[in-house]
Design a binder for this molecule. Structure first.
Ligand code: MOS
Length: 741
């Protein structure tokens, strides 16, 4: 039987998606469904001095208005709320939703209006009158850099890392770069805005939610509403994009649960596109200083990376910009520091490759600056500092085909034809620029569980509370299960996105495939072992008394390896033994491999831009990304991830910028007309491909994550291309017309 792993299987959920039968969070038409609309504070911070709901309360169709006055029982306490502490599960203010009259940030919910229809709820919400005694918001990161302080930790690690002697390496350098790079707020804009339907049956709460983490939402709701986790079920089989913004649980989820409890009916609460900008976390605004010292021949003698990001007074989120700086290049003297500054916003959060996408803009721009200062080719500079092992953890790589990425990417792009002089290449009156950068993303894996059922009809049902954010998880996990069970993929059904299923981790850190596929492999083996045992003990089976170690699963049969004519279909075996199915559930946990090898995916990004010198407009006209990410389970869905990552990188480089009103704190461009993200016409032909990479150590299937890798380095490759085209080094993203003219 030909393996399914490695083939470009079409999305198994593709038909459901294009025919509209895939149900997203807002698509569940529950009996008695009522509609909730959030009222949010237009300003912040401040204090709610007046909240007049009388006109709204008597508007047609209104069932309830939930505010801080009636949302909670008088005895409830926000017991777990500790400012500046975040355990990466919670948005801290979910623990204090509709709690009191304090407004922490513009966009904070102050009321939920529930009505029979969405139109009635929307109408009534507009009738609510509120007054806020506003305080001047702290929003300007640059103005408060002197108040930066170190966060407690980054994923359990120290926010500062030192290797060797930075000062000595800096002074010994022949050539030095000391530059500061800034990135504004960026807001996730998945096609599907956040939506929650909450329904209660007695003390049991079910939510249909758009989330990257059904178990995380369950934990937050249980803790916030004083329930046991078993009293909460979170369902999320389809998610219309996420990019990190659906990783934590934001206040609207709690609002939906409170509203449903208030009216005793299911309530659907859809966050509007405009509300998402203030209410939901975003990529923090960033200030980065990078210092590079090198010898005349381009060997790095010192790397310094100081990152500072804005956080919320409500809680800390560190954008770990320097974490990959520590390991990307060989260098004896490295000093990385992370600092945060309190600002008056919602808490920032994970956004595609948090730290890597942003940190690589700074580091890889600085590497380009260094290449020019040395008169060296940017790719040659990277090869001269190629890290043969992970120097921060002092470990060998589990695999690293970055050199092949550089070589094959450069070849496909035609890098050798580049005239290095800025402004030297032209297409008519357009300035042409070629730039490159390195990509890397760590391979994460968490414990995960899966259940496998093989039925008497010879089909299999495989279940795990994983998530498919549009990434293709349904498809690749089906392929893994099919191969492990010896079944064609069309006889395997994968169920995910439900907290009643065996636990899987947050679909973040590009870890779903690595984590869940290992659990699927174990559970599949356990289910097949039950069939092997059944065959061995069954006198009527052609495999009676066969050595179980010699029975392999292929095309829905157990087959004896020594004499393949001895075989039996799974279904025949089950039926004859009067069993409707065999079921096995297994958990996989990361092993010692994490301590023995350092595992990262890598890539090389090459961009061509054309700049109109009269107008300052930049077009990305070609892009080549060469990646190494271990074993590629499905080249079609994996390539799509890289295309999406590069596209988002083009947005980071040229378009995305959240702008806040300095007086009132609110996001002024909270819509897709003024917050720009790439559209089809902005995106050139992108050539993204994988170089072969075998990794026997990283995890049982040899896979690395692909969800975030594609955005890393893309911003710098474009900024470097803009410099090559124009001679202008733009260190402040996005690279807009004003900055180029
Ligand atoms: Mo990703 S930003 O870890 O969801």
């Amino acid at each position: 039987m030909t393996p399914s792993i490695g083939t470009p299987l079409d999305r198994v959920d593709g038909r459901q998606k294009v025919t509209g039968t895939a149900r997203y969070a807002g698509d569940w038409d529950l009996t008695g469904l009522a509609h909730g609309v959030l009222v949010t504070s237009p300003v912040g911070p401040g204090r709610l001095t007046s909240l007049n709901i009388s006109a709204a309360a008597s508007a047609p169709g209104v069932l309830a208005i939930v505010t801080h006055r009636n949302a909670h029982s008088p005895h409830a306490k926000p017991s777990q709320f500790t400012p500046h502490r975040t355990d990466h599960t919670y948005s801290p203010d979910t623990l204090t939703v509709l709690w009191d009259a304090e407004i922490h940030y513009a966009g904070q919910p102050v009321a939920v209006v529930v009505a029979e229809t969405l139109e009635q709820a929307t109408e009534a919400a507009a009738l609510i009158r509120l007054e806020v005694e506003a305080r001047a918001p702290r929003l300007d990161l640059a103005a408060h850099l002197n108040e930066a302080y170190p966060p407690d930790q980054i994923f359990g690690e120290d926010p500062d890392t030192k290797r060797g002697d930075f000062e000595a390496g800096w002074h010994a350098a022949n050539t030095r770069i000391d530059a500061t790079y800034t990135i504004p707020w960026e807001h996730h804009n998945p096609i599907e805005p956040h939506t929650t339907i909450a329904s209660w049956e007695g003390n049991h709460l079910t939510v249909h939610d758009a989330t990257q983490w059904v178990y995380g939402v369950r934990a937050v709701l249980a803790r916030t509403l004083d329930l046991k986790p078993e009293q909460v079920r979170v369902v999320s089989p389809f998610v219309g994009g996420a990019f990190g913004c659906k990783g934590m649980t934001w206040p609207h989820v709690v609002c939906a649960a409170l509203a449903a409890r208030a009216v005793g009916r299911p309530v659907k609460l859809a966050v509007t596109r405009a509300q998402m900008f203030g209410l939901i976390g975003f990529r923090p605004t960033l200030h980065q200083r990078v210092r590079l010292g090198a010898t005349k021949d381009g060997r790095l003698t010192a790397i310094g990376h100081d990152g500072t990001n804005g956080v919320s007074a409500l809680g800390t989120f560190v954008e770990p910009v320097g974490q990959t700086t520590r390991m990307l290049y060989s260098c004896p003297n490295v000093w990385v520091r992370h600092r945060v500054v309190d600002l008056d916003t919602q808490m920032p959060t994970y956004m595609r490759a948090p730290g890597e996408a942003t940190g690589s803009f700074a580091l890889e721009s600085a590497m380009d600056e260094l290449a020019y200062a040395l008169g060296m080719d940017p790719l040659a500079l990277r090869l001269a500092n190629y890290a043969e092992r992970d120097e921060v953890r002092d470990l060998p790589w589990s695999s690293k085909e970055l050199r092949a990425c550089y070589q094959q990417g450069a070849e496909r792009f035609g890098w050798a034809q580049r005239d290095p002089r800025p402004g030297s290449m032209r297409d008519g009156h357009l300035q042409v620029g070629w730039g490159m950068a390195t990509a890397t993303y760590p391979t994460y894996r968490s414990q995960a569980a899966a259940r496998v059922r093989i039925d008497e009809d010879g089909r299999a049902l495989v279940q795990s509370a994983a998530h498919d954010l549009g990434t293709g998880a349904y498809t690749v996990l089906t392929q893994v299960a099919a191969d492990m069970l010896g079944l064609p993929p069309d006889r395997v059904r994968f169920e995910l996105g439900d907290s009643d299923l065996p636990e899987a981790p947050v679909a973040g850190g590009s870890q779903t495939t690595a984590s869940v596929s290992a659990a699927v492999a174990f559970a599949s083996k356990a289910a097949l072992d039950q069939l092997r045992d059944l065959a061995r003990r069954d006198p009527a089976s052609p495999l009676h008394e066969a050595d179980p170690n010699k029975l392999v699963a292929s095309a829905g049969h157990l087959v004896h390896t020594d004499s393949p004519e001895r075989r039996e279909a799974f279904g025949d075996l089950l039926r004859r033994n009067g069993l409707p199915a065999v079921v096995a559930e297994r958990r996989s946990v990361p092993g010692d491999e994490e301590n023995r090898w350092s595992s990262h995916a890598f890539g090389a990004q090459f961009a061509e831009v054309k700049v109109d010198p009269d107008l300052g407009t930049v077009r990305v006209t070609r892009f080549v990304g060469a990646f190494a990410a271990g074993r590629i389970l499905n080249p079609k869905t994996a390539r799509s991830q890289m295309l999406g990552g590069i596209t988002m990188g083009i947005g980071l480089a040229l378009m995305e910028e959240g702008v806040r009103d300095p007086r009132w704190g609110r996001v002024m461009n909270a819509d897709l007309a003024s917050y720009l993200i790439p559209v089809h016409l902005d995106i050139p032909h992108i050539e993204a491909f994988f170089v072969p990479e075998e990794d026997p150590y990283v995890n049982p299937l040899g896979v690395k994550g692909v969800g975030e890798l594609g955005i890393v380095g893309a911003g710098a490759a474009i900024a470097n291309a803009v410099f090559h085209a124009t001679g202008k080094r733009i260190r402040d993203l996005p690279i807009t017309v004003e900055k180029l003219l």
